[in-house]
Structures are given as structure tokens and as C-alpha cells.
Design a protein around this ligand. Structure first.
Ligand code: ADP
Ligand code: ZN
Ligand code: ZN
Length: 746
């Protein structure tokens, strides 16, 4: 190999948002080298093909492996200083290596959308008006003959800190008036940075409750962990007061002028949770989630980067937010699948949290009532500290769980008679009932009585779901919609009927049965508008008796103090799942939903409707609880050589052309087999096999699985394969994805 050339002028290695697993090298133009000090994390414009692109400097180097003559100079510098601090750059590099994802895409994912598009890394600024020394001497009366200026001055005197555009709008004050006063030298402009998400609450803070015994021990142990890298699994049953434990730790972090990052699942960001934080701390709290405008997100990001925001609450991608004084990372509901990005850059927030914490010597708390098997395994291996909270906080009791045998029973609206009786009993006591069914829409199937035709999606191998209220058929896999038919799509018969029930049907039928009781539905359809979840939860709190019908949205974080009965309509759903995580997921879901019962002073009851009351899984979950259940599950995983005892990486392909989709993975398998033989890798291969729903959104999907007890060779092989995938001409027609530690394997 040729020796790398030593060159006088340095090069930059640049991340670009393109699907290639490489950094791109550019020469530093002489003029720029003279005037600027370059550093990683600065954005710049570079020539790329025929275009100019925005990129990020990842490294500076003094030599190159390429032919120096062929390296182009970059076009211009976009920032004066780095916008991305070193720990975030390191995190991106690590993520790109571990997930085998194109490095440019990782870097761009880590930035707020506006910075990706070239916006400057400054707060939005706005003009405030403040009074001048001259103005202070002026008496209000002196302005009597100019009533508009008089009014302006009047409001300004009442706001000694100055008038923001917001206050001006409130008082209907116009800018020309301000201009006139400015000309008189009585007021002047002040350019200020504004952040809507930094809510500084000056009012009296809530007095925290007295911690119970278990909480006290937890806080004491965790306090001793603060200040250095370590991970704790806070394994506390629903309602055990985990959030209170977080709040006590955060209090200490704020007192030290340090920062905390609180990660929550997608839907876990309930207004109730946020209010608890705001009511406790007299400090800037910043929110980062997908339901915000790009500008709001950038402002929040800047608040965090400046160190001003002490508490940052965000979803998945906020793991990349810079925070120079970060000393504590909390992952609430750490088992939640939404922490893993399921398309594009498939990272897991938990992994990244650990890597980031380690690099900055921070403390991590993973909280859950139903910890993931991975985290339980790590706790058992003593890689994590393990703190258990096994009693409920305050006066709340642990709910009782009961199996309801559905075999041979007549069902009315999906509920058997004894379930209906129990609903009546609780409603008569002016309490609330929660009915859980993880299937939205009216019915999952529309069928013809005469010819057996079933309404299918044009683009996927699945049935269309009936949505009666919207008068539509929906595909829940690709989003396709069509008008609800009133006749068979095959034989035109009018004898068509629905099979099965979804939440919409249960809601409408129960409102006919329980005419006096409000029936409220909570699922993706009923809460699609921004404020509707708030409106529904408000209604729930207003009424005494009520029936809530909902999907897994109901399982997450809500606190409905008057719910005393929870009915799981179909506890068997996960029993025969083809995915090895099916049982784990079902047990978590049922336990979380059950945890909504009896969270205040009244005791709660949970009914599991099942056709398999004697199935060992249902039985152990019901009578022995999640911890026991998960222990059994882990033993099974060990016996079957499944994660976390074995590591997995999948490569997925999809294409409109079914044959090519399969062919790509077949070629890859042959290549992998050669490598495995040649390097003697301890790796097992499975596939290519088809995804359970082979065709989704018109794409035919296949999977190749790699397994090993040893991470290093696994990653080595995948990186060899990733390189060859980039060169494979089939990838022009076939899209592929590498999924490291997949949550779904079908
Ligand atoms: P988790 O996060 O474990 O589900 P929370 O922290 O939300 O539990 O607590 C459940 C309820 O109990 C909340 O309403 C909370 O205000 C209350 N709570 C928490 N700790 C205490 C305590 N020590 N004494 C009284 N009430 C408490
Ligand atoms: Zn028909
Ligand atoms: Zn579809």
C-alpha cells in the first residue's frame, strides 16, 4: 500500500446526509485556513456531485489516503464555532458504528430540523422596548396630547422589564407608536432571545409528600450514585412512586446547578406528568417532542445547550440534545418499544443513554413497573444496580387479578355476563371502569356472506379494518383508506357483515347498554387532534362513574384515581405470537393496564377474559405477577438461545419486485457463509425468510438473521456485509436495512 501523503494544508472529514457509510474529505481553502480556526461540529458547504451540500465537520486531518490532487476544496464555512459539542459528536460516531448506519444520516438525525437546513444556532430574537434614562424623567401627563403614546407609556411603566411583542399584542399597542417614542428618545429597542418552552415558574411550589420506607431507601441509594457513571434499574410496581423518586434526585441535581435529561416514551408525555415537574421546581424546564414546531424544538435545544435549562424532558431523539452540565439521565418506562426507532436510523435510546452517560461520567436511572428482559438480565448479572419498590405509595393497594373463563360462554359485545355484572357493581358505586382492547376501529374484518370475500388492502397482505363512524375501510399497516362498501367487492351481494370487535364498536354498543353512563374512548383515532387527549382526560376527571374503552394508549402513565375495575377483553392475544418477544410484550401491557386500577384510596380489581385460563403464562402472570413471569421468560430465552443470552442482527430487504428482494438476501447469505467459514466466526445464520406480512405498502419483505453469543465477530461480519451491500447493483431496486438488536423479528 502507498504511504499516505503528508500535505501542508489540512483536510476536513465531513458528514453528509447521504446513504453512504463514509465521511467525505475536502481540502481547506487557503483563505479560510488563514482566517478561521476549524473544529469538529462546524457546518460547512461542500461540492457534492453537481450540487452544493450542507455538511458537518467530524474530523480534521493533516494527511489523506486519497490522491491529494483529486480532493476538492470545500465551498464555504457555515458556522463561526462548533454547534455540536464533543460528547455528542462521539455519541454519533459510536452510534454509526454500532448500528452500522450511514454516519452522515446519524449526524443529521442528531440535529434539530432547522439546523439541518442551515438555520443559525441562535435563539429566535425579538424586539423588546425599554424605557431610556430620558424617558424615566418624563411624566405621563406630558404625553396627554398624544393619546396613543400615552397609552403605550402607561403600559411600559407597568412593565419595568420592558415590553415584549406578546405584551404589545395583548394591549393592542402598535409599532409606529413605539417608533415615534423612540424618535423622541424616550424608549429604545432591546434585542432579546426568546424561548417559549422555558417556563420559569415563580409561584409557590408544591410541598412534596413524605417518602415511604422503600422510597426513602431508593433515594438514599441513588443519591450515593450521583456524580459518577453507574446504572440503576428502578423496578417499582405501578403506583409505587417512582416519579417521586425521580423528583427527589432531580432536586439535588438542580441544587448543584447541573442538568438532568428525562426521557419518556412517545405517548408517555402526559400533561399530568409535565405538571408534576413544573409544580415542583422553580427552574427552566424544556420539552422536546414531535408535537412541537421546528422553531420550538430548536429553542428548546438551544436552552439545553446553553446550560440554562436544568431539566430537559424529551422523547427518543432527545438523547442527542447537548447539555454541558448533564449529570443524570432518567429513562421512564424503560421497557417501552417506542425507545427504539423502527425505521431509518434504528437506534435504541437505552443503549445510547448508557454510552453517553459513561463518556461524561453521569448516572443513569431506568424506571419501570415491567422492566425489559434485557434490563432484568443486566440487573441479575450485577451490571446494573437493582432497586425494587414493591408497595404502592400513599394509601393505594395493589389490585387483585382474576381470570374469567370465556369457554362456552355467551358474549355480549365481547363481554361475558359475569364481566357485565361486575361493571354494573362498580358503576353503582359511582366508580369508573376501564375496558382494554388493543384493536382500534369498528371491526377487523368485513366479509361477504354469499361468497366468502374479505375486504383486503390493495397494497398489503392484510384485511382492511372497518371504521364505521368515518364510513371508511382503513389499512392499519400502510395507511391506505377507501370508502366503506355496502356490497361485496366480488359478487356484489348486499349480505356483507363484520367479524370481531374494535374499540369503536365496543364504545358504541356499551353506550347503548349503559345509557346513564358516559362512555369515553381513548385510541389513536379518538385522540388524533392535538388537544383531544386532554379533553377526554378532563372529562374522565369531571365525572364520577364512567366507562373508558381504549387501546394501549390507556396503559401509559395515566393516573385516573376513580378507576377501580379494569377488564382486559382479550388476554390471549400474545399467547400464540410468532415473535419471541410476544409474551414479554403482552405481559407488560396487561400489567401496565392493570396498574390503572385502584391507584387512589379505593381498591382495584382486574379481570382477564381468556379462553386459556390454565395456560401456564396466563396463570403465572395472574397469580404470581410480572417479576415471576419475567423470570420464567428469561429461563426460556436461555434454553432457546434467544436474546439477551444471544445477540441478533437482522438485515431486511424490501422491493416492489419480490424476486429481487429475495435475491439480494440470498446473495448476502452466500457471502456471509464464505466469511463465516474463512474467519471461523461463531455466527449462526437464518434465512432469508419472508416477513409475516410479506407484502406491505406494495413492498415484498424478506429477512436474514445473524446470531452469536459474541458481539465482536457479529459486528465485524455485518460491517463487511454492509460494505458489499453498498456496492451491490441490486440495491438500486431493493431497499435494505440493518437492524441491530431488533425488537421485532418478523
Ligand atoms: P409511579 O411513577 O411508580 O407509577 P407515582 O410516582 O406516579 O408512581 O405515584 C403514584 C401516586 O402516588 C401519585 O399520585 C403520587 O403523587 C403519589 N405518591 C408518590 N409518593 C407518595 C408518598 N410518599 N406519599 C403519598 N403519595 C405519594
Ligand atoms: Zn360476495
Ligand atoms: Zn395496506
Amino acid at each position: 500500500m502507498q504511504e499516505p501523503l503528508l500535505t501542508p494544508e489540512p483536510y476536513v472529514k465531513v458528514a453528509l446526509p447521504v446513504p453512504m457509510r463514509t465521511l467525505f474529505e475536502y481540502k481547506v481553502p487557503k483563505a479560510i485556513a488563514l482566517r478561521h480556526t476549524l473544529s469538529p461540529g462546524m457546518r460547512l458547504k461542500v461540492p457534492f456531485g453537481k450540487q452544493t451540500r450542507l455538511g458537518i465537520i467530524v474530523e480534521l486531518c493533516y494527511q489523506t489516503d486519497w490522491d491529494a490532487e483529486q480532493i476538492k476544496p470545500f465551498t464555504s464555512l457555515h458556522d463561526e464555532t462548533s454547534i455540536m459539542p464533543e460528547p455528542i459528536i462521539d455519541l454519533c460516531k459510536w452510534a454509526s458504528r454500532y448500528y452500522h448506519h450511514p454516519i452522515g444520516d446519524v449526524f443529521f438525525h442528531a440535529l434539530p430540523a432547522m439546523l439541518r437546513k442551515g438555520e443559525s444556532d441562535n435563539f429566535r430574537s425579538e424586539i423588546w422596548w425599554v424605557i431610556t434614562e430620558e424617558g424615566k424623567k418624563v411624566q405621563l401627563d406630558e404625553l396627554k396630547r398624544a393619546p396613543k403614546q400615552h397609552a403605550f407609556f402607561d403600559v411600559l411603566k407597568a412593565h419595568p422589564n420592558g415590553l415584549s411583542p406578546h405584551i404589545m399584542r395583548l394591549h393592542d399597542l402598535q409599532s409606529p407608536v413605539a417608533k415615534a417614542l423612540e424618535d423622541k428618545g424616550l424608549i429604545q429597542r432591546d434585542l432579546r432571545h426568546f424561548s417559549k418552552n422555558a417556563e420559569h415558574h415563580g409561584h409557590q411550589k408544591h410541598v412534596p409528600p413524605t417518602l415511604n420506607h422503600e422510597q426513602t431507601i431508593a433515594v438514599r441509594e441513588l443519591t450515593s450514585q450521583l456524580g459518577h457513571f453507574n446504572v440503576t434499574l428502578l423496578d417499582g410496581i405501578t403506583g409505587s412512586g417512582k416519579t417521586e423518586v425521580y423528583l427527589r434526585l432531580i432536586e439535588q441535581v438542580i441544587a448543584k446547578e447541573q442538568q438532568v435529561l428525562v426521557l419518556v416514551p412517545e405517548i408517555g408525555l402526559t400533561p399530568q406528568t409535565l405538571r408534576r415537574f413544573e409544580d415542583r421546581f422553580n427552574t427552566d424546564i424544556v420539552l422536546l417532542h414531535s408535537n412541537m414546531s421546528d422553531r420550538e424544538r430548536l429553542d428548546g435545544w438551544l436552552m439545553a445547550r446553553s446550560g440554562k435549562a436544568k431539566v430537559i424532558i424529551g422523547t427518543r431523539s432527545s438523547i442527542f440534545v447537548p447539555a454541558p452540565y448533564l449529570s443524570l439521565l432518567i429513562l421512564d418506562e424503560e421497557h417501552d418499544a417506542s425507545y427504539k426507532q423502527q425505521d431509518g436510523f434504528r437506534f435504541h435510546t437505552r443503549d445510547l443513554a448508557l454510552i453517553r452517560a459513561k463518556s461524561i461520567n453521569a448516572c443513569v436511572v431506568l424506571g419501570s413497573a415491567t422492566p425489559s428482559y434485557e434490563s432484568l438480565h443486566n440487573a441479575k448479572q450485577k451490571k446494573f444496580h437493582w432497586i425494587k419498590l414493591r408497595s404502592r405509595a400513599g394509601n393505594a393497594k395493589i389490585p387483585s387479578m382474576e381470570r374469567i373463563d370465556l369457554r362456552g360462554k355467551t358474549l355480549i359485545n365481547g363481554l361475558c355476563e359475569s364481566s357485565l355484572e361486575r361493571i354494573n357493581t362498580h358503576l353503582n358505586r359511582k366508580e369508573q371502569v376501564l375496558i382494554f382492547l388493543n384493536r382500534r376501529g369498528y371491526a377487523p374484518t368485513l366479509m361477504c356472506h354469499d361468497c366468502g370475500w374479505i375486504a383486503n388492502c390493495k397494497h398489503c397482505d392484510v384485511n382492511l379494518t372497518v371504521h364505521k363512524r368515518a364510513n371508511k375501510l382503513h389499512c392499519h399497516h400502510c395507511g391506505y383508506q377507501e370508502a366503506l362498501l355496502n356490497q361485496c367487492g366480488e359478487c356484489q351481494s348486499h349480505e356483507i357483515f363484520t367479524i370481531g370487535e374494535g374499540t369503536e364498536q365496543i364504545e358504541s354498543q356499551l353506550s347503548n347498554v349503559f345509557k346513564e353512563t358516559p362512555v369515553l374512548r381513548i385510541d389513536r383515532d379518538s385522540t388524533s387532534r392535538k388537544e383531544s387527549l386532554n379533553t377526554i382526560t378532563q372529562k374522565i376527571h369531571e365525572h364520577d362513574k364512567a366507562i373508558l374503552v381504549g387501546t394501549q394508549m390507556l396503559a401509559k402513565g395515566h393516573h385516573f384515581p376513580n378507576v377501580t375495575l379494569v377488564i382486559v377483553m382479550d388476554a390471549d392475544v400474545g399467547l400464540f405470537s410468532s415473535d419471541f418477544r410476544g409474551m414479554e410484550r403482552t405481559a407488560q401491557l396487561i400489567t401496565q393496564v392493570a396498574g390503572r386500577a385502584g391507584r387512589a384510596s379505593k381498591p382495584g380489581h382486574v379481570l382477564l377474559q381468556t379462553y386459556h385460563p390454565d395456560h401456564p403464562s396466563i396463570e403465572s402472570l395472574c397469580s404470581l405477577g410480572y417479576e415471576y413471569f419475567a423470570n420464567q421468560g428469561l429461563q426460556e430465552r436461555k434454553a432457546l438461545e434467544m436474546p439477551p443470552y444471544l445477540h441478533q442482527i437482522l438485515i431486511r430487504s424490501e422491493s416492489a419486485d419480490e424476486e429481487q428482494s429475495y435475491l439480494l438476501l440470498e446473495q448476502l447469505r452466500d457471502e456471509a457463509e464464505r466469511h463465516i467459514k474463512h474467519f471461523n466466526y461463531p455466527i449462526r445464520l437464518l434465512g432469508p425468510y419472508s416477513a409475516i406480512i410479506v407484502r406491505k405498502a406494495g413492498q415484498h419483505r424478506y429477512i436474514l438473521t445473524f446470531k452469536s453469543a459474541n458481539r465482536a465477530p457479529l459486528h465485524q461480519l455485518i460491517s463487511q456485509l454492509a460494505q458489499s451491500l453498498e456496492r451491490n447493483p441490486l440495491t438500486r431496486k431493493v431497499r435494505y436495512a440493518i437492524d441491530v438488536d431488533p425488537l421485532e423479528t418478523y
